[in-house]
Design a protein around this ligand. Structure first.
Ligand code: FES
Length: 354
């Protein structure tokens, strides 16, 4: 809505026209304060000193990045040092944090010092205008950009330009060397589990994880779910968590006629089937079993496996069935395995066939 102030009468209390004349126009544009030249604007030696200071900051940034890479290569990741007031910290983490912090800080500090001492600080008013610029305005903007670039000294002050480019080019290397932490390649570690030690001549017993006792086939009833691990593995072993993350078994007994997959039936013993407990999506332990449907559900993202059909994925993000362990019984009726799983356990990765 248009609102013409010139036609509006001021209330009496705002004073008379004589008052306005006496105090001047209250809405007058105060304009910009006069520009005061800095020392570096009038003293070339001061400008050169500032230039050296800025370059020095960029050089320190480069040295810090080199220090970051050297620390990453040279410092033992297990080394602990005492640093006041932090206390005992990892020497490697401390060195990486400090060097990367200095590298980034010095680029920022150099840029700020450059702007405050050497770049033009003359304020220029920009009149309001329609958002869409016409050709004349665009040409004006380009001209202003060129003037700004020239006044920043980026082209003229080669020492600053070169050191800035050097420090900006080096800093990303800090991230590149950290890629080493993605390795080493897993190689056989993900393909083999503790069941790998089982052979037909020397089978490994299945140990009930609740009772720590070997399991007899006759003790496993139809519809039950039991968790098992290989004999020789003990809860108090130092590497127990690492081992059980691959070795854990889920044992179910299904009426043989209900088993749809023949290969799966052959790997089991009289309807007792042993599958990996590790979800093939991202490796959560599966713990929910519905005995009527024979479905096992992973609680993490609801992948559902049909244990009566070779642990086929029937729902959810898992990419392939649960690996199955072939089991038989020994002469005393205990359940044993004679080899490793038929597939690598856990999530897919680039080295597995599917
Ligand atoms: S880990 Fe099992 S569904 Fe994601």
């Amino acid at each position: 809505m248009s609102h013409d102030m010139s036609e509006e009468k001021l209330p009496e209390s705002h004073g008379s026209a004589g008052d306005v004349a006496a105090h001047g126009d209250p809405f007058a544009d105060p304009g910009l304060p006069a520009h005061e030249p800095r020392r570096t604007d009038i003293d070339e030696r001061a400008a050169q000193r500032a230039e050296r200071q800025v370059s020095l900051m960029f050089v320190v940034s480069m040295l810090a990045t080199i220090g970051f890479i050297a620390s990453y290569v040279a410092i033992d990741p297990d080394k602990i040092v005492y640093i006041f007031p932090l206390g005992h910290v990892s020497a490697l983490n401390f060195a990486l944090g400090m060097t990367l912090g200095v590298a980034l800080f010095m680029i920022g500090a150099g840029a700020v010092h450059w702007a405050r001492t050497l770049m033009s600080d003359v304020e220029l008013p920009a009149e309001r205008h329609p958002i869409e610029a016409d050709d004349e305005v665009r040409a004006d903007v380009i001209e202003q950009f060129k003037t700004g670039a020239a006044e920043s000294g980026f082209g003229r002050r080669k020492m600053i330009r070169n050191t800035l480019i050097g420090s900006m080019a080096l800093v990303p290397l800090s991230g590149v060397v950290l890629l080493r932490d993605l390795g080493p390649l897993p190689e056989k570690k993900l393909k083999e589990t503790g069941w790998n030690e089982a052979t037909p001549a020397q089978p490994l017993q299945l140990i009930n994880m609740n009772t720590n006792l070997p399991m007899k086939a006759e003790d496993i009833v139809i519809g039950s779910l039991t968790f098992a691990m290989p004999e020789g593995l003990h809860v108090h072993d130092e590497d127990f968590q690492q081992a059980i993350a691959k070795d854990a078994l889920m044992l179910v007994r299904i009426a043989p006629d209900d088993i749809k997959d023949d290969r799966s039936r052959e790997k089991g013993f009289e309807g007792i089937l042993a599958y990996s407990k590790i979800c093939t999506h991202v490796g959560c332990p599966i713990s929910l079993y519905e005995q009527q449907t024979h479905h096992a559900l992973c609680p993490c993202h609801q992948s559902t496996f049909d244990l009566a059909d070779g642990a086929r994925v029937i729902f959810g993000p898992a990419g392939h069935p649960l690996p199955q362990l072939k089991i038989i019984t020994d002469e005393k009726g205990y359940l044993v395995a004679t080899g490793d799983f038929d597939e690598p356990v856990g999530p897919s990765y680039w080295e597995r066939a599917r």
